[in-house]
Ligand binder design. Structure first.
Ligand code: ASP
Length: 324
C-alpha cells in the first residue's frame, strides 16, 4: 500500500516538473541540428527558419552542422540528445530513404523521434560546370553515355537528396557514373564552380543564384511543373526524361520523449514562422514552397514520413543501392 502511494507521489512530482518545464519553455538557447555542411541548402533553410522561429518562440536559436554518412550521423546524435526541446533536428527526404539505403542504422526513424511539422517543399535542378560541353538535356545524355568513365557526379553522400536524384537520373539514362560524395552540396557547389567536378543534382535553394548568375549550366528542374523563380528552365520531363520527378520535403523533429506540451509549442512556433512575410519572401526567391499550416503539425509529418519510407523502399530496392 505504502509502495503504491509512493509511486503515485513520484508520478505526480514528475508530471508537475514536466508541466513546469513546458510552461517555462523556452528559457535557453535552442539548437537546430543540420545533417549537412554550412552553406548548403538544408543549412540555408535551417538558418532562415531559425531566424523566424526565434521571433515566434522568443528564444535564441542556433544551427549546428553535424556531418557524415548522408545525414545519419546527425540523426543518431539527435536520437540520443536530451528530450527537452532544446535540441531539434531539421532533415529532408533523406530521412525517409535512409532506412532502405542503410542495412543498419544507429537509430530508429519512427521510434526515436517526435515529429514537429513539415517545413516546405523544394525542387531540385540538374546542373553542370559552366563549360560542360552539352547545351541541353539530350546532348548531356549523349555526352555522358559516350564519356562515362571520365565524368564525375557530385552528391552529399548516400541518403542525401542529391544522391537520390542522381541515382534516379543514372537509372533513367541506364548509365552508371563515378559519384563523388561530399558532406553537403555547399562544398560540392564550390568544386563545381571551380570545375573540379562535372555535374550534380541539387535543391534550388543552393542553385538559383548560381544559375541566374550564369556560373553553372542548368538542364532542368526535377518537378512536374516549372519553377516560378526559374521560369526559363524546362522540367526534366519536358526536356526528355518522361516521368522523372523528385521534390525535396523538409521536416522538423525533436528526440523521442520530448513533452507533448513542448512539441505543441514548437509546432505553433513553426506555423507562425512559416507565415512570416520575410521567410515567405526568402523561400520564394529560393524556389521553396512553405508548408501550409495543416501540414506543419506533428500528425502530418508523422504520416508523411511513414508514407515516404514506404514509397521509396521498393524504388531503392530495385536500384540495388545499399551501404553497410
Ligand atoms: N542538398 C544536399 C542533399 O543532397 C544536402 C545539403 O547540403 O543541404 O541532400
Amino acid at each position: 500500500m505504502i509502495d503504491r502511494i509512493l509511486r503515485v507521489l513520484i508520478c505526480l512530482v514528475l508530471l508537475g516538473a514536466a508541466q513546469a518545464h513546458a510552461q517555462q519553455y523556452p528559457s535557453k538557447v535552442i539548437t537546430i541540428v543540420v545533417p549537412f555542411a554550412a552553406g548548403g541548402p538544408t543549412d540555408t533553410v535551417a538558418r532562415i527558419l531559425g531566424k523566424a522561429m526565434s521571433s515566434s518562440l522568443k528564444a535564441q536559436i542556433i544551427v549546428e552542422n553535424v556531418l557524415g554518412a548522408g545525414g545519419t550521423v546527425a540523426a543518431a546524435r539527435v536520437a540520443t540528445s536530451a528530450p527537452d526541446g532544446y535540441t531539434l533536428f531539421l532533415h529532408h527526404i533523406g530521412f525517409s530513404t535512409a532506412p532502405s539505403l542503410y542495412r543498419k542504422l544507429p537509430y530508429d526513424t519512427i521510434r526515436d523521434f517526435e515529429p514537429i511539422g513539415l517545413i516546405g517543399d523544394v525542387p531540385m535542378t540538374l546542373i553542370a560546370r559552366k563549360d560542360f560541353p552539352a547545351k541541353d538535356l539530350r546532348e548531356l545524355i549523349t555526352y555522358v553515355k559516350a564519356h562515362k568513365e571520365k565524368i564525375n557526379f557530385a552528391n552529399a553522400g548516400l541518403g542525401a537528396a542529391s544522391h537520390l536524384c542522381g541515382m534516379l537520373f543514372m537509372t533513367a539514362i541506364q548509365t552508371e557514373l563515378t559519384t563523388i560524395p561530399y558532406n553537403g552540396t555547399g562544398p560540392a557547389m564550390n568544386d563545381l564552380l571551380g570545375g573540379r567536378v562535372d555535374f550534380m543534382c541539387d535543391q534550388t535553394t543552393n542553385t538559383t543564384s548560381q544559375i541566374k548568375a550564369g556560373k553553372v549550366k542548368v538542364y532542368g528542374v526535377t518537378t512536374k511543373t516549372r519553377v516560378a523563380s526559374l521560369p526559363n528552365v524546362p522540367t526534366l520531363q519536358e526536356a526528355g526524361l518522361p516521368g522523372f520527378e523528385v521534390a525535396v520535403w523538409q521536416g522538423l523533429y525533436a528526440p523521442k520523449g520530448t513533452p507533448k506540451a513542448v512539441v505543441d509549442k514548437l509546432a505553433k512556433g513553426l506555423q507562425e514562422a512559416l507565415a512570416d512575410p520575410s521567410l515567405k519572401q526568402r523561400f520564394a526567391e529560393l524556389g521553396t514552397e512553405p508548408s501550409p499550416k495543416k501540414n506543419a503539425t506533428p500528425e502530418a509529418l508523422r504520416a508523411h514520413l511513414k508514407a515516404e519510407i514506404a514509397k521509396w523502399a521498393p524504388i531503392i530496392k530495385k536500384a540495388g543501392v545499399y551501404a553497410d
